[in-house]
Ligand binder design. Sequence first.
Ligand SMILES: C[S@@+](CC[C@H](N)C(=O)[O-])C[C@H]1O[C@@H](n2cnc3c(N)ncnc32)[C@H](O)[C@@H]1O
Length: 201
Amino acid sequence: MTGDHYFTAEPTTAARPREVEFSAGGRDYTLASASGVFSANRLDPGTAVLLRKAELPAHDATGPLLDIGCGFGPITCVLAASAPAATVWAVDVNERARELTAANAARVGAADRVRVAAPGDVPADLAFAQIWSNPPIHIGKAELHDLLLRWLPRLAPDGVAWLVVARHLGGDSLHRWLVEQGWQVERHASQKGYRVLRVTP
Ligand SMILES: C[S@@+](CC[C@H](N)C(=O)[O-])C[C@H]1O[C@@H](n2cnc3c(N)ncnc32)[C@H](O)[C@@H]1O
């Protein structure tokens, strides 16, 4: 046993490589994954609901798009493949997750458009056309709120954020909290116990 969590900055466990296969937006993906990152063995069911139910960016979208908490990069790769002219920022505190996302961006032919970064390394003047996240609920409510208060204000005025949260992990209370913060929030979809929230300024 080690004290590693998927949101550990530098996992100390050996990175046992593996591959995760899934389909989204009419395309098939085979991405690299490894122990020490979130849902290393399969596409997380919440992420699957998000990618199935939210509106993927249009083919001609230019972004910039942001994936908060990219993990091994499934959302980032689907965004980059769906919008082949868009720049996609992929942010995670976990170094191994960032390495995997960079490798997976190359797998989907988007290495030149995917910017993988630690949270502090995203240019402060970027406004995002879309923010996508299966957010890290397990960091705790206060930390999750801080995370959202940090990134959601960086939506462009006509931008949209898509979030997926399990109902039993507080999806509905997060919805209410976002409304209290002044965001427009729509429960866009609900499937398999997951809420897909569409958030706009
Ligand atoms: C629920 S996982 C989702 C991972 C990936 N997007 C997916 O769908 O498989 C949340 C991710 O957020 C990352 N994370 C935790 N705290 C963070 C923070 N403060 N800023 C950015 N990412 C964070 C974790 O390391 C983890 O990879």
